[in-house]
Design a protein around this ligand. Sequence first.
Ligand code: CP
Length: 312
Amino acid sequence: MYHILASEQFSPQQLEGLFVKADAFRETDKNIGDRREVMVRHFGRLVVSMFYEASTRTKFSFGIAAKKLGISVEGTENASEFSSAAKGESIEDTVKVLNEYGIDGIILRTKEEGHANLAASVSKVMVINGGDGKGEHPTQAALDMYTIRNEFGRLDSHNVVIGGDLAHGRTARSLALLLSKYPNNKITFVSTPELQISEDIKAKLREHNTQYKETSEMFDALRDANVVYWTRLQLERLNKEEQLSLGQESFVLGAAALEVLPKEAIIMHPLPRQGELPVTTDDDPRARYFRQAGNGLYVRMAMLDDNMQDLA
Ligand code: CP
């Protein structure tokens, strides 16, 4: 399969292959001459970047990853407004037309869950899901796993606390699914009852015999964690009343929370952040979220390189 649509499509073996390649791309990034061979291989290739929803990390890291590989990138800053979606064109028609232009891939972020799959269903070239509504964010989950692997040297037997708006947060959903592919990972989901992780993810965790629990007690959960994955409220997906009912102050990963967190733990966050992750936490030696974002570049280079090769 050359599309990247859902985190579940990756086996642990495939992920490790990507991570080894990401490590190599990190090394060659120090010297442009070391990238010559891969750039020659991809010379003349072109991917289209269509983002119907705001993005900093996914859009720029994919764009930069492509260019570092010698792949050209075409696209719009805001596909909802600057593509014919503004005139009512469907995602399928847009993708069918792009397929006529001799491109090698489409990197897509959509407001609607399932639209990456719709796009892939009509595309002869690779479609990468860069986040589809509250559905999935598989490339983020892969870079999250890469971060955990690089910090601990393993992807099994972790006590992972995943907190925040889990009902609308696609990164949390995709990460939980990848963690379930490795033995002895335990997940504690921390949120309000209204914003807890949804049943479809829990069903998958049970299928994989991954232990999980749900709680609204952040402090209790943090005491046993070695990986903390904190996320923001997805305000763009909540109405005003829902926002007000959340009691966000109970979920701030600030000084008091850091007191109870074991010293060998790491703190991750897909970013962007709001009040749930104060800037004061950046000085904590356990904070890894900016390094995590940086890891995205190399994992996405590895993904583009692998999937472009599939099409060669
Ligand atoms: N983590 C993440 O997907 O960030 P962006 O929305 O900025 O791409």
